[in-house]
Design a protein around this ligand. Structure first.
Ligand SMILES: [Zn+2]
Length: 325
């Protein structure tokens, strides 16, 4: 049973969602404005963070016993990163910390940052219309999980986590306050699916820099099944669905927007280990892009980015320090 207050939150969220058919005229005018803005060439160094969220397969609440992605997907990702001289941030979930500590150590000893991604892929913000999972954390649960897992990570690798990404990219102000109190310097929970502007922001308490997964602020209008807006963001499925050229075009569009608006050029890409292995069956058509072929797509994408840009791969902690306002 969904409580009436939560149902109301979900309804309001659906109304406010910029992808909602109601907002198509508004989003279409944004589309026209953005698509007419001049394309800027990027000559500066571009900081690039190829982030990996370490969680159960597909991040789904009913998959908490399945970790094929962690078991088979991390090793090839580490190989690609070593080959391309990339160090980055792996956001790790509690169940992976406790279930696969040796894999976590291998990530750390390969020189990557370990960030935090919650306990079991629960909700660290308010109810969302599209989230069936209603396990929304209370303030005290957030504190409890953070305290426990900061200690776990510190015991395992000798360092406290400094970067956070909320499951589903859903966080609220309460979460940001607790993160800041706990010594985090970077939060990457900005809702890229809402087309959040690719601009770093500093929290009110000043200690935390919010850097979203990079999204194109120019919405695309889709006419079926009913007219609605969508926002493209840099993620593994972009490589499969739009091809390397499509992913490069998306990166250029994001960077061009940043240069035009005085934002230090940077790219944050979202990926998950379960996207890089073959699955006998996926939970739905939304996950059909997952598979081993993505390993070579990713390798090719990094090569192409390096050819096109003066690319400097960094962790999220470094990115927060370098591009934080
Ligand atoms: Zn996740």
């Amino acid at each position: 049973m969904i409580r009436p207050a939560r149902r109301l939150t979900k309804v309001l969220d659906a109304i406010n969602d910029p992808r909602n058919p109601l907002w198509v005229p508004l989003q279409f005018s944004r589309y026209l404005a953005e698509s007419k803005s001049p394309l800027k060439e990027v000559h500066d160094k571009v900081l690039f963070s190829l982030t990996v969220d370490m969680e159960q397969d597909f991040g789904l609440p009913d998959h908490l016993d399945y970790y094929q992605g962690i078991e088979k997907g991390i090793a090839p990702l580490l190989d690609i990163m070593q080959e391309a001289n990339v160090s980055t941030t792996f956001f790790v979930q509690q169940t992976v910390l406790t279930g696969h500590p040796r894999i976590i150590e291998s990530v750390h000893s390969a020189g990557h940052e370990l960030g935090y991604h919650g306990k079991e892929h629960e909700v660290w913000g308010d109810a969302r219309w599209w989230l069936g999972d209603d396990r929304i954390l209370t303030r005290s649960e957030k504190r409890e999980y953070l305290d426990e897992d900061i200690n776990r990570i510190e015991e395992l690798i000798g360092e406290r986590p400094r970067s956070f990404r909320a499951p589903y990219m859903v966080a609220n102000k309460g979460t940001l306050d607790i993160l800041e109190d706990s010594g985090f310097v970077c939060d990457s929970s900005g809702a890229a699916y809402h087309g959040v502007e690719p601009r770093p922001l500093r929290s009110r308490g000043q200690g935390l820099v919010q850097i979203p997964v990079s999204a194109d602020p120019c919405p695309r209008i889709h006419l079926t099944p009913i007219p609605h807006a969508r926002f493209e963001y840099l993620q593994t499925s972009t490589l499969t669905r739009s091809g390397i050229d499509g992913a490069l075009a998306l990166a250029r569009s994001i960077l061009s927007y940043q240069v035009l608006h005085g934002i230090p050029p940077h790219l944050v890409m979202l990926s998950h280990p379960w996207e890089y292995i073959d699955h006998g069956r996926t939970p739905g058509p939304g996950f059909d892009y997952a598979g081993k072929a993505n390993i070579s797509h990713l390798r090719e994408f990094i090569r192409a980015l390096k050819k096109l840009l003066d690319l400097e791969p960094v962790t999220m902690e470094t990115l927060a320090r370098e591009v934080g306002p």
